[in-house]
Design a protein around this ligand. Sequence first.
Ligand code: HEC
Length: 691
Amino acid sequence: MRAANLMAGLTGIAAMFVATLTPAATVVDGGAIADEQQSANWLSYGRTYSEQRYSPLRDIDTGNVAGLKLDWALALEGDRTLLATPIVVDGIMYVSGSFSVVRAVEAASGKVLWTYDPKTLEVAGDRQRIFWDSNRGVAYWKGKVFVATGDGRLNAIDAATGKEVWSAQTIDPKLPMYINGAPRVFRDKVIIGNGGTEVGASRGYVTAYDTETGQQAWRFYVVPGNPADGFEDETQAMAAKTWTGEWWKYGGGGNTWNGFTYDPEFNRIYIGTGNGSPWNQKLRSPGGGDNLFLCSIVALDADTGEYAWHYQTVPGETWDYNSNMDMVLADLTIDGKVVKAMMHAPKNGFFYVLDRATGKLISAEKIGKNVNWATHVDLATGRPVEREGARYEDGEELIWPGPIGVHNWHAMSFNPGTGLVYIPVHELPGMFTDKGINPVTWQSPNFYIDTGVEFLHDDVPTNAGSAALMAWDPIGKKEVWRHELPGSWNAGTLTTAGNLVFQGRVDGKFVAYDATSGAALWTFDAGLGISAPPVTYTVNGEQHIALLVGWGGAGPAIGGSMNRQHGWAYRAQPRHLLSFSLKGQAEMPVMPPPVFPAPIKQSDFEVDPLLAEQGNALWAKHCVLCHGAGAVSGGYAPDLRASTIPLYADALDDVLGGSRQLAGMPRFTELTAADRKAIQHYIRREARAAP
Ligand code: HEC
């Protein structure tokens, strides 16, 4: 009797618990993702379809942000690069980590509910050499979570259980392409692109899949294929008229590795497209031409993938100035008229405002101080006016910006209250030259780096450039405030109705600024460089801010002293997912101090200068994108100047033969014994020469 009563009581409590903790669950569909007003959830990469990364939450504001505290810190064991924007649905966070491992995390407590591991390295095998461990995020649609993998799969996961529902291979495994971008979802379709311009003959495209079945709905190629094979449609035929030579042999590029924006008002998907493959137009399209649709925003019908309009930011590109950066939608009042606008800050150093009904250019203003490849953009033609010599036709040329651009993928945010855009920018030049590259014999090889331009042959010095957080007025076309930042590759921003801007930085500081004045109001030391953008949402009515802390991605991988300077050496500091609120009471776990692996100077290894020089060229093809320019690691992989392994040919052969493949060190079976020896001499030369 008593037991029965107790049972009844417990059932009652359980029922109450369920009733209060699970309100009508949010159906995450197009209406929900388009809703700018809802603030409890963060439903899509850029929060809503507009990609503004603006939240109407205002409980945390300029007056109280100084009291923001840590709620919890979830240690992410085994992770390295963390770039993702978490998605938050009804108090559960879905977040991707290194190698596309996805976790569902209870936002109130930081408890992991499930972990999904797509086994990226195992599946990728020898393809792993062309991608990093990076993943920028998941998408969520009607109870499913979508994540893409480095080896090119797009996988659907049941949000409740973490079990895989379907998996689609989006890339022919023979092609040198990979994925590290976040998918987007609209009208029961999920879209994903790919990267690969630097690592072989790559022809970029986007593919939309049915969210239920994983069946392909449509595919759009960014550049035309071989005319002899026939074009897919008239759009491709039109684009082919802007190419010369035998571009298809080199793929052409245009890879779609980051920016996608769905526009519910026009039912269009905008694609931010990549640079040329190879970078050097003289090799790719020797007779010139605009090379559509490289470095463009292409508007496609979301249901069919049919071309609607395009705007090209860099016709005939030859500097890696892709337009893969975010495209932010807003209604802007310009000259007294409300414009359905799109804002875009690609690598090339200009800030563009387009009328997205038509794709017509409204304004293009330089946001990079030193930009010198073009003097301005002609508003009548919509085309940049290039400076003489910018195409390094006369040999070596110092061009601003360099290949990392003024703005890279680290997302900007737009605050409709202040009318300002908050952009992480860099000022870094590039020395462009193609001296010594023979246009007749050059051919884009698969699975190693070749841009047709001398690239990353030397260290990137600490003082190579500068970085800033810039508040930009897109209507007044002027900078309103700026904070100089350390290093480069500072993370993307979040802005809120509390009149705040949040940004994580490469020096491990997470900072809140007054959105109007730029005054720094709160700083938290995360103990490790931050590469991911923050998000905000509510749990039980309380506003929270969360972000991943995991130094990684392109900057750390390209390395050089500029990226080494912070001391975020390979595997030296643990990775975290952090949550903050005004009621937080947690302490940040004690983080190891900065680590600077010391190059091994003393050894009886004799460096042969000639071999070392050959090794330099091999390094720039095979090793630089992970172990760093000038053999100076930025923290993505071990600093080989400080490793004992290159001292011994056997030990190096073992690693290059694949002994560390499942730890993220690819296998290089095509390197001959002579190649391996040359690389060994190069590493030792750099170790000896280190300051
Ligand atoms: C795609 C990225 C990537 C590329 C490209 C790459 N590596 Fe690595 N490498 C790694 C990672 C990650 C590790 C660390 C693996 C681990 O944790 O054991 C590593 C480890 C190593 C090690 C072991 C160092 C030590 O002390 O443990 C050596 C040696 C090495 N790599 C040599 C090379 C050489 C030489 C090349 C070019 C031919 C190269 N790697 C290209 C990612 C890469």
